[in-house]
Design a binder for this molecule. Structure first.
Ligand code: M6R
Length: 607
């Protein structure tokens, strides 16, 4: 997730684009850059770190341009340094591109472009776009100054065609803005699966990833849709599809206040990020579920022989990341039939852990900088284990130092309470599990083929069933989010309860751990998760009127048991909320019910 802005009009373009970019820093802040036309080509100024560093880099640089595009980055390909910061240019230096999204086929495009003589200066997927546009220009472009003044409209259309042609070759997601020295007062934009809006002004126009970025200048916006391509000049905005056919988009008048706008209309970042769940899961899956339902994880160097060597798997993390690991453990043991331990990092590092050369230690961390998790990694490495990081921040210590790394695609998580990062971690565990199942199936003796998923059936169908279910998850999460008003109303009725137990079995218990943590952190109310079958071994004594019990009952194999556990707490006059899959029978004694769409048992914690 990155932020892009652009401006074309009579104001100082660089300052205006940067002012707007600052409103998007929540989308990424590992580097920033800006491009603007000058008389010889396109100037690009970039800096590692926050936008303030870019502003310092611009000090003393004359930039009297009337068009500019800018970018604040959250790295997905390549380290977070200046060379990988956007904008990226083509070989001639006359085209500059900013991009938010992921170009899935960038490796093969880059290979073809290198073979055709293009020279790359970064490790990013974005740079292929600049070269691909260059490759699609007819030889007469870029034009000379003289030619430009005569045929500027023609230049514009020629360049637009080159951008459209390039985009037709791309798979993946993008919101892009492109500057060409041949049309210096024009910005070319397009989007697919990444947000992009146009802000309309008088004699000026704006572009941005999100509406808040342009609100200080205009409240009149056009929301581009997937496949839209637009040409922005000071005086007009022309929208077409990728074949150049005109498209009509309505103009929207924004009425939110500024504070709400920063959070996209949500009252706080946590709620905004909860609503980014479907996008997060989609992005984490993007480009990784290949043809025939194979899982493609190019950055994981493991072979079938490595997998044979890993007799033990250990998962380590803190807080939410640990809870994701609890789900991961169940999934791995169910599918791969290999023993998995999951340990909180602060315990692992001091426990003289039983790991060695036959162990794969998976370290999970959103930030990649949690001290206990980093120390656990060092401990595992010192003992000869192979380490694999599941992480969300490119360039973080964990990502850099682990033997292998699997990036989640949650984008920056501003809310202190982790929400979308948890979903991304669970999705990453699912992908990793399928990847390892593929390796396992490749073993010559196939000693322990993927199995054990009784709900799915035989080995031959397991990858397909999991892959199909993964693809469907974002839609199911969207459906869940549509039920928010009903859940919010229920929360009101529970707000005065003194204590909360989240109960579940199997995957439901794993999900309960995370649910209880969220309530503690956000509501300052006592909450704890318990394996439902353990309540009768002591904690039942705490249940009385005013205590709420949230029973997760999404696992058909154990639901009967769950129902009888819930009867026990009801007998002590607790308030019972049952969480069920759509269509499942409501157990006696429920005071309220939340239903969620059904998927494989293993993925119910994600829903
Ligand atoms: O950045 P990390 O994933 O390593 O952070 C670990 C925990 O501090 C974190 O998951 C924390 O528990 C959550 N923010 C709680 O919502």
């Amino acid at each position: 997730m990155c932020g892009i802005t652009g401006y074309v009009g009579g104001r100082p373009a660089v300052e205006t684009a940067l002012n707007n970019l600052k409103r998007l820093e929540y989308r990424g802040y590992d580097s920033a850059g800006v491009a603007y036309p000058n008389c010889n080509g396109i100037s690009v100024v970039r800096a590692a770190g926050k936008i303030a560093n870019l502003e310092r880099a611009l000090t003393g640089t004359p930039h009297a341009a009337h068009a500019a595009i800018a970018h604040t980055r959250w790295a997905t390909h390549g380290r977070p340094n200046e060379a990988n910061a956007h904008p990226h240019r083509d070989c001639s230096g006359q085209i500059a591109v900013v991009h938010n999204g992921i170009i899935e086929n960038y490796a093969e495009l880059r290979k073809e472009l290198l073979a055709a003589g293009h020279q790359f200066t970064s490790e990013t997927d974005t740079e292929v776009l600049a070269h691909l546009i260059e490759a699609n220009l007819p030889p007469a472009i870029p034009a000379t100054e003289a030619a430009r003044s005569v045929v500027s409209g023609v230049e514009e259309e020629i360049f637009a065609n080159a951008v459209r042609a390039a985009l037709r070759l791309v798979t993946g997601s993008y919101a892009i803005a492109v500057l060409s020295q041949a049309s210096p007062d024009t910005i070319f934009v397009s989007r697919k699966d990444s947000p992009l809006i146009i802000g309309l002004g008088e004699g000026e126009n704006f572009l941005a990833s999100d509406i808040p970025a342009v609100m200080r200048y205009t409240r009149c916006v056009v929301l581009l849709e997937d496949g839209d391509f637009a040409i922005l000049t000071p005086d007009h905005v022309r929208v077409t599809d990728l074949d150049g056919a005109p498209v009509t988009r309505e103009t929207l008048e924004v009425t939110w206040d500024d504070a709400a706008a920063e959070k996209n209309g949500y009252p706080h970042f946590m709620l905004k990020e909860i609503h980014e769940g479907p996008r997060t899961v989609r992005d984490t899956l993007r480009g990784r579920l290949g043809a025939n339902n194979t899982v493609v994880l190019p950055n994981l160097p493991f072979t079938a022989a490595d997998w044979q060597r890993f007799r033990r798997i250990s998962i380590v993390g803190c807080g939410t990341a640990y809870h994701a690991g609890v789900v991961g453990k169940r999934l791995f043991e169910q599918v791969l039939r290999r023993p998995v331990e999951v340990t909180v990092a602060s315990e692992f590092r001091y426990s003289d852990p039983l790991v060695g050369e036959d162990t794969l230690v998976i370290l999970v961390s959103q930030s990649g900088e949690t001290a206990d998790t980093l120390a656990a990694m060092r401990e595992a490495k010192a003992k000869g284990a192979t380490t694999l990081a599941i992480f969300n921040v490119v360039g973080s210590s964990l990502a850099r130092d682990a033997d292998a790394a699997l990036l989640t695609q949650a984008g920056p998580e501003i809310g202190v309470a982790s929400t979308k990062a948890y979903l991304a971690q669970l999705t990453a565990f699912a992908l990793l599990c399928l990847f390892l199942a593929q390796l396992q199936a490749d073993l010559p003796d196939a000693e322990t083929p993927p199995s054990g998923a009784s709900e799915i059936g035989q080995t031959a169908t397991i990858l397909t069933a999991f892959a199909d279910a993964l693809r469907e998850l974002p839609t199911l999460i969207e459906e869940c989010l549509r039920r928010e008003p009903q859940i919010a109303a229920l929360a009101e009725t529970l707000a005065n309860h003194s204590s909360f137990f989240y109960l579940g079995r199997g995957y439901d218990f794993a999900a309960a751990l995370e649910a209880a943590l969220k309530l503690k952190e956000i509501s300052y109310l006592h909450a704890e998760a318990y394996p439902a079958g353990e309540m009768k071994h002591g904690p039942l004594a705490l249940v009385e009127p005013g205590v709420a019990i949230i029973g997760f009952c999404t696992q058909p194999a154990t639901n009967e048991k769950m129902f009888s556990n819930l009867k026990e707490v009801k007998a002590r006059e607790g308030t019972v909320i049952t969480v069920l899959r759509d269509g499942d029978p409501v157990p006696d004694g429920s005071d309220a019910v939340i239903t969620v769409p059904a998927t494989l048992d293993a993925f119910m914690p994600i829903v």
